[in-house]
Design a protein around this ligand. Structure first.
Ligand code: GLV
Ligand code: MN
Ligand code: MN
Length: 414
């Protein structure tokens, strides 16, 4: 089949730019926390594009969105593609959105060519891939895979103490949370297009990455309780400064992650909340949120154990109380060989260079892998930069990704 994805690349780029304008922050900064006003407006925009393309749109009880292009055998389980449109604070415009709008564009390319899929093709827009609001990543796909139960989801709270029930009903998502979980077999196969969020494809001038494994992410919350007081009046001996204790733990995690000697082990403290947060007050309480990942789950867990041991030592030495709480510790996912082969054939047919690689970032595919065969298709991003406003993928890179994705969808749906 002759595919000409450049036919629509200008439209796709202008849609990506239009979506980026829907932000809680001043563009070009993209901040779109799930179920915020910006997130809801962005959903309206994307659903509108899907309907314009003739797709049937429906949403589940937490706003996971399914836009279906009916196949000639509609009773067969569909092929799915998609990603997320929520964005962490101070993000760019490609993370997730390339997989959603690029997935839609791949469908439109096939429509324009007069292709008739045998299996339906469904574009999925997952709710809350980012952990910003509820502290846990991939909320939508996690619930879809039945990994997070409705009870666990209801117990989640954001910083203002607002829960999923309140926020989803305010957004107009009703219905039973029980129905969010989907059975194995609901989707025949799932493919996610995404920017690499690392530097390799650009450095090696490779058009697309065929993702074979997705690293295992974990997150641990650390609550430190010390003793507050007057920053001038209280003398240094005998202080129980919660932030000073936290500082030791930040470095302990960095040390533990580096000590494995493996390039695939990473550890980050991305949140440090200090109470009361006044310049002349000794911090009495600190909450740290840590993110620890590896493609080797045992090696990741060994880092977590080292961090827990550091917590015990620091608590003892500094006379503070430290509690740890695992937010999540997910296993890695392995991508499906048949989809990888289909992507490889698609890349060859499209004349695009490719390599097999692992994903160090997590994605909704990590959870979709529990209920369907999955694979991911990466495109380069400049300097490997992501989760920053200067994140960038060129129209050529995006065009190559959409081209390979459309060919892959054509093969899988035939
Ligand atoms: C996803 O955004 C991740 O943090 O890997
Ligand atoms: Mn992200
Ligand atoms: Mn993403």
């Amino acid at each position: 089949m002759e595919l000409r994805p450049t036919l629509t690349i200008d439209r796709l780029i202008s849609e990506l730019n239009a979506l980026a304008q829907i932000s809680e922050a001043e563009p070009p900064v993209v901040t779109r926390v799930v179920l915020s006003d910006a997130d809801l407006r962005a959903r309206v925009y994307v659903k509108g594009l899907c309907r314009e393309a003739g797709l049937e749109v429906h949403e589940d009880a937490i706003g996971n969105t399914f836009a279906r292009w009916q196949g000639t055998e509609p009773d067969l389980a569909p092929i799915a593609t998609g990603s997320h449109i929520d964005a962490i604070p101070n993000a760019g415009l490609y993370d997730g959105c390339v997989g959603v709008l690029g997935g839609l564009d791949a469908i439109r390319v096939l429509q324009q060519l007069g292709f008739k899929p045998r299996r339906s093709i469904e574009l999925v827009v997952f709710t809350a891939e980012e952990p910003t609001r509820f502290g846990i990543g991939c909320l939508g796909s996690r619930m879809m895979a039945g990994v997070l139960s409705p009870e666990q989801a209801i117990a989640l709270r954001d910083k203002e103490g607002r829960g999923l029930e309140e926020l989803r009903s305010q957004a107009g998502f009703t219905g039973s949370l029980e129905a969010v979980a989907l059975s194995c077999g609901r989707f025949h196969q799932f493919v996610e297009l995404h920017i690499e969020q690392g530097p390799l494809l650009e450095q090696e001038s490779i058009d697309v990455g065929l993702v074979t494994h997705i690293a295992a992410p974990a997150s641990m919350r650390i609550l430190i309780e010390g003793e507050g007081g007057h920053a001038g009046g209280k003398l240094m001996p005998g202080r129980k400064d919660a932030l000073a204790a936290a500082a030791v733990l930040v470095l302990a995690l960095e040390g533990a992650a580096k000590s494995t000697g493996a390039i695939d082990t990473v550890g980050t403290v991305g949140v440090c909340e200090v109470f009361p947060g006044a310049v002349n007050s000794i911090p009495s309480r600190v909450r740290l949120e840590t993110d620890i990942r590896d493609i080797d789950v045992a090696r990741r867990d060994a880092v977590i154990e080292k961090l827990k041991t550091a917590c015990e030592e620091v608590a003892e030495r500094r006379g503070v109380s430290i509690k740890t709480e695992m937010v999540n510790a997910d296993p890695p996912a392995t991508c499906n060989p048949a989809i990888l082969d289909a992507m490889e054939q698609a890349a060859k047919a499209a004349g695009k260079s490719y390599k097999r690689m692992v994903s160090r970032a997590y994605h909704d595919s990590l959870f979709m892998a529990r209920i369907a065969p999955v694979a991911m298709l990466f495109i380069p991003c400049r300097g490997g930069v992501s989760h920053r406003p200067d994140e960038y993928a060129s129209p050529e890179w995006i065009g190559s990704g959409v081209h390979v994705l459309s060919r892959t969808l054509a093969t899988l749906s035939s």
